[in-house]
Design a protein around this ligand. Structure first.
Ligand code: SF4
Length: 371
C-alpha cells in the first residue's frame, strides 16, 4: 500500500542508557539483564540526533529503558539540549538526582519529571525497587521541589509520581497520593503490573478485584481532597482544575515552552493535513508523531512490548528511517488488514478493547506475549 509521507514527529524519546542502578523486582529490563549490560548512547550519536532530529521536535523525553540520570554523558546531553528550543521530559527512579550539576542543567528545559516510586513506605519501596534508599529519594524530591519553586511559576516543571500497581503496593495507593501532595507532585500515574515472568503471578491484581475497587476508591477520594491529579488505567483520568491550571501556566511561560507548544500544535495540524490528503485516519499517534531512539542507534515507533525496530541511525539518517519501508509498512498495516503483531494487541492502534485493563493483568496473555 502506497502512503503519503508523514509529517516530522513532534515528540522523540531518547534512550541515553540501558543501565540502571536498581533491580526492581518486576522490571522487564532487569529480568533480561540489559540494565547490567553497560550500554550507553555515545555522545557523537546524540550530537547527530541533536543536529538532525531535535531542531524540529517540540518534546524530548529521556526514557525508554534504563535510568537516564546515571548515564556517564547525561550532563553533556543536557548541555546540548539547553542550546535548543524544545521542552524535555524525564522519567526517572529519582535516586540519583543529587548527582552534582544535574538539577542545574536539567531544569532550564524541563517541563515534566515523572518519578517511579511504587509505594509510600520505606519498606515497600525498598522491597520493590531493590537498591533504592527511601530517605535518599525523599531528600532528592525535596531538593527538586525547592529548585523548581525557585523558578517563576510560569517556568516551573511539573512533577508526577508513577506507581506500578500490584498486590504488593495497591493498599498504599491512597498514601502515595498523600505523598504526592507533600512533595509538590501535581499527579499520580498508576498502571497495572504487566506480568512478564511466572515468578510474578502472585503479584498480579487480576485475582484481587475487591482490593482494586477499595484502594483505588480511597485513592480517588484522597486525590479530590488534596487537589492531586490521579490517572488510573481502569477509568477516566481525574485531574483537578488546579492541575490543568498549572499546565496552562507553563504554556504561557518561557519562550522555549511557547515555541514548543506552537510546534506541537503545528504538528497536529500537519497530521490533519496528511489525513485530508490521504483520505485516511492516522490511527496511531506514535506512527505519525513520535519516535524512540535507542542507545545503540536503533529506532522503534513506540515502547510497546514486541514492537519492531525500523532502522539503525548508524546506517541511515533519521529522515530515511522515518519515511522508509519499515515505518511505511507499519503505517500501511493499519489500513490493509495486516497490522504488525504488536499493533494487533495495542490499545493505541486498535482501540481500548484490544488492551483493556484486564489484558495487562491477565497471566495467560502476558506469559504468551513474553514467550
Ligand atoms: S499501534 Fe501500538 S504497537 Fe503499533 S506502533 Fe502504535 S503504539 Fe506501537
Amino acid at each position: 500500500m502506497r502512503l503519503h509521507p508523514p509529517p516530522w514527529p513532534s515528540w522523540v524519546n531518547v534512550e541515553n542508557t540501558l543501565r540502571c542502578n536498581l533491580d526492581c523486582i518486576w522490571c522487564a529490563q532487569a529480568l533480561v539483564g540489559s540494565t547490567r549490560s553497560g550500554v550507553d548512547m555515545p555522545l557523537p550519536l546524540f550530537h547527530r540526533i541533536a543536529a538532525e532530529v531535535l531542531p524540529r521536535v517540540s518534546r524530548l523525553s529521556f526514557s525508554v529503558a534504563g535510568e537516564p540520570t546515571i548515564a556517564p554523558h547525561f550532563l553533556d546531553f543536557l548541555d546540548v539540549v539547553n542550546e535548543l528550543d524544545l521542552t524535555t521530559e524525564l522519567v526517572t527512579n529519582g535516586t540519583a538526582l543529587h548527582r552534582p550539576g544535574l538539577l542545574e542543567r536539567l531544569l532550564p528545559r524541563l517541563a515534566l519529571m515523572i518519578v517511579s516510586i511504587d509505594g509510600a513506605r520505606a519498606g515497600t519501596v525498598e522491597r520493590i525497587r531493590v537498591g533504592a534508599r527511601f530517605e535518599r529519594l525523599l531528600a532528592n524530591l525535596g531538593d527538586f521541589d525547592a529548585a523548581r519553586r525557585a523558578k517563576p511559576v510560569t517556568a516551573r516543571p511539573e512533577l508526577a509520581l508513577a506507581v506500578t500497581l500490584s498486590t504488593a503496593n495497591v493498599a498504599e495507593l491512597p498514601e502515595v497520593v498523600a505523598l504526592a501532595a507533600k512533595v509538590g507532585a501535581a499527579r499520580v500515574l498508576g498502571s497495572w503490573l504487566q506480568v512478564l515472568d511466572p515468578s510474578l503471578l502472585d503479584l498480579s491484581l487480576h485475582h484481587r478485584p475487591m482490593d482494586v475497587a477499595r484502594f483505588t476508591g480511597e485513592a480517588r477520594a484522597a486525590a479530590r481532597r488534596l487537589g492531586v491529579g490521579l490517572e488510573l488505567p481502569d477509568g477516566p483520568p481525574e485531574a483537578p482544575p488546579e492541575a490543568f491550571a498549572r499546565r496552562a501556566l507553563g504554556l504561557v511561560g518561557t519562550r522555549s515552552r511557547r515555541r514548543a507548544a506552537l510546534r506541537g500544535a503545528l504538528q497536529r495540524a500537519r497530521v490533519r493535513a496528511w489525513e485530508l490528503r490521504s483520505g485516511l485516519e492516522a490511527r496511531c499517534s506514535y506512527l505519525w508523531g513520535r519516535a524512540y531512539l535507542h542507545a545503540d542507534g536503533h529506532v522503534s515507533p513506540c515502547c510497546v512490548q514486541g514492537r519492531p525496530y525500523v532502522g539503525d541511525l548508524n546506517d541511515a539518517s533519521f529522515a530515511e528511517i522515518w519515511t522508509g519501508p519499515a515505518m511505511t509498512a507499519l503505517r500501511a498495516g493499519m489500513f490493509d488488514g495486516h497490522p504488525h503483531e504488536a499493533c494487533t494487541r495495542c490499545s493505541v492502534g486498535q482501540g481500548p478493547a484490544a488492551a483493556s485493563a484486564e489484558t495487562w493483568v491477565s497471566p495467560r496473555r502476558n506469559l504468551r506475549d513474553a514467550g
